[in-house]
Write a protein that binds this ligand. Structure first.
Ligand code: AMP
Ligand code: MN
Length: 278
């Protein structure tokens, strides 16, 4: 789940309440490139009696695509990880200035400053915040439309950002004591052979699990990744990838993991902070 500490709209307390409504037992906050929400989420989980594990979604790159590597059960004070995250946050800020300039030049007057009315944590600026401004001003009917017209690669507002490699993202998570999970692999629009190349690279660098049921996959994508997880005997992860109500599944409603898969929490046993009340 994403929170106001990155590009979500809910506080950790609100996320916990949503998760509880849907009978979730184990939660993690996986904000983009930032650990600030982990402390508040841990507290909210403890207060609500939910099991908790630390989480993050690290931005990486492969074949010119943005790839997300989730880390679970890591030490959120690990200096090497924090140093890299700070660097990524700074690059995001610089990119935001450039995106703002490009969109102003295209005639979206006020967006360069206005986007910050959408940013909830100044440390973490995302393209999603530009999408939210465009949506609010009526220039797009959905966040997805804002991305496909103005923000994605190949559109006039696109600004590339320097990304770390997938092996480096995996290494950072492992060095911080965590379990690296390849997030929503069905979403990357890679040809089958290229997706397999990504999965092999992820595994060879120490990746441990792939996400199968997620709010970021449609039914077909879930089936595709489910087959890969079965055939290649991956540990499987599940998560809503919840950002806000109009996006993706609500916490706990992304679909359960099929029972024959090895769930990622088997790898997290000594990392889960248990608060479940019986
Ligand atoms: P960034 O990390 O700043 O480049 O922004 C990427 C984030 O924007 C993703 O993690 C998603 O949350 C969101 N996003 C990407 N593509 C779309 C889309 N087509 N529609 C809505 N949200 C998107
Ligand atoms: Mn993601």
């Amino acid at each position: 789940m994403h929170s106001i500490y990155s590009d979500g709209t809910k506080t950790p307390e609100q996320l916990v309440a949503l998760a509880k409504e849907n009978a979730v037992q184990l939660i993690s906050i996986t904000d983009h490139d930032i650990v600030e929400g982990i402390g508040p989420m841990r507290l909210a989980a403890r207060n609500a009696g939910l099991d908790f594990v630390t989480g993050i979604e690290v931005s990486a790159g492969f074949a010119d695509k943005p790839i997300h590597v989730v880390g679970l059960g890591f030490d959120e004070n690990n200096p090497e990880l924090l140093k890299q995250l700070k660097d990524t946050q700074d690059k995001r800020k610089q990119r935001a200035v450039e995106i703002g300039q490009k969109l102003e030049n295209l005639g979206f007057t006020g967006i360069a400053q206005g986007v910050y009315t959408k940013v909830s944590n100044p440390a973490l600026v995302s393209r999603s915040h530009f999408a939210a401004w465009l949506l609010e001003k009526g220039f797009a009917k959905s966040s997805n439309e804002a991305f496909t017209r103005w923000l994605n690669q190949g559109t006039p507002g696109y600004v590339p950002i320097e990304k770390i490699s997938v092996p480096r993202a995996v290494e950072l998570i492992l060095n911080a004591g965590g379990i690296p999970v390849l997030a929503h692999p069905g979403r990357y629009k890679l040809e089958d052979w290229k997706l397999q190349e990504l999965i092999n690279l992820f595994k060879d660098s120490g990746g441990k699990a792939i996400e199968v049921t997620t709010g970021s996959h449609n039914e077909k994508q879930t089936q595709h990744i489910l087959e890969i997880a079965r055939r290649q005997d991956w540990y499987a992860s599940t998560g809503s990838d919840y950002h806000y109500d109009a996006s993706r599944a609500k916490p706990g409603l992304q679909g359960d993991l099929p029972k024959d898969l090895k769930p990622v929490w088997l790898l997290l046993e000594n990392k889960i902070e248990s608060h479940l009340k019986n």
